[in-house]
Design a protein around this ligand. Structure first.
Ligand code: FE2
Length: 316
């Protein structure tokens, strides 16, 4: 624990230069060393930012209003706070600090604001399309392996994706609850196979403060087409990632900076019926990707949202 400076404790502020040391000194009794490290670094960096930018009082009010609206627009079917962290590159920076891919494991990618959790189970070869979803059929195919290349039996894949019109089911009253969301568990060969539809790229929601920021910065709000995965297994670090369609032209211009060349799936188009799944309508596409998990403790993220928008609430 840091030692409090009694001189600073007794100081009545009179100049700008006295503010930062006075605030840091006030935090000196923090018991938790990590909280002390984080909060004092936050004060040092935010105070330095303010000294650099020297905001006017009006700009300060506008900044506080921007943060306030992040919370006000966050509800069970929309998370504006996560979206703001995503478009500022914060989510991807934290992701890469904690997941460097150096042990041969699959590269991770940000969770994003659309993960609900508690998706229905989906057997090998079953479909996660729960509405009559237009678009080209897609088979998601691959294996879950350890860093030695051995298949992992009992690995759990939690999948979610946008529809071909670029909306997640929680954004779209026309889609069934949990449409294009599902959970599959691998067998002894580590294989997974899910039927879906080819996702499209989509613009992130722009009706709130994150969108105001993008507009002011003249940025395109688009993400390249992708499917989200959380892949987990006992004694392995949970992998949160996204598999991108390798044909998407927006790969280098992802508004949330999540697209990486290492996590592109191989998208192939077919016109003949699949020999094992003749019910899959033709033409269809396959996206093949093998996931590699490294040893570690499985942990699971808190879902940013929990429910689906009702039909009356269509503004976000
Ligand atoms: Fe997404």
């Amino acid at each position: 624990m840091a030692v409090k400076d009694l001189t600073l404790s007794n100081l009545i502020l009179s100049t700008e230069d006295e503010v930062t040391p006075k605030v840091l000194n006030a935090m000196a009794d923090t018991d938790d060393a990590r909280i002390h490290e984080i909060t004092t670094a936050l004060v040092r960096h935010v105070h330095a930012f303010i000294r650099e930018v020297r905001p006017t009082e009006t700009e300060f009010e506008q900044g506080l209003d921007w943060i306030t609206r992040l919370g006000q627009l966050t509800n069970e079917s929309h998370n504006e706070t996560v979206l703001a962290a995503d478009v500022l590159g914060i989510s991807t920076l934290i992701d890469l600090i904690n997941n460097d891919g150096m042990q041969g494991e699959t590269m991770s990618a940000l969770l994003g604001p659309f993960y609900r959790g508690e998706s229905p189970p989906c057997g090998f070869g079953q479909s996660i399309a729960r509405s009559d979803t237009d678009g080209e059929s897609l088979l998601l195919i691959g294996r879950v392996l350890d860093t030695n290349g051995a298949p992992i039996s009992g690995a759990r894949l939690d999948i979610w994706q946008a529809s071909p019109v670029g909306l997640y089911e929680n954004q779209d009253p026309e889609q069934a609850d949990f449409n294009l969301r599902g959970v599959q568990t691998t067998g002894p060969d580590g294989r997974y196979l899910l039927c879906s539809v080819v996702p499209s790229g989509y613009p992130v929601p722009t009706f709130g403060p994150a969108g105001d920021l993008l507009n002011a910065q003249k940025r395109r709000p688009f993400r390249p087409a992708h499917v989200h995965f959380i892949v987990s297994a006992p004694a392995h670090k949970t992998l949160i990632t996204q598999i991108f369609m390798d044909t998407d032209e927006n790969m280098s211009d992802d508004v949330v900076f999540g697209a990486k060349s290492q996590i592109c799936g191989k998208l192939e188009h077919h016109t003949d019926h699949h020999p094992d799944f003749p019910d899959v309508r033709t033409p269809y596409a396959t996206c093949t990707y093998d996931f590699v998990l490294k040893p570690g403790e499985p942990t699971f993220p808190t879902p940013p949202i929990s429910g689906k928008k009702d039909k009356e609430n269509t503004n976000g």
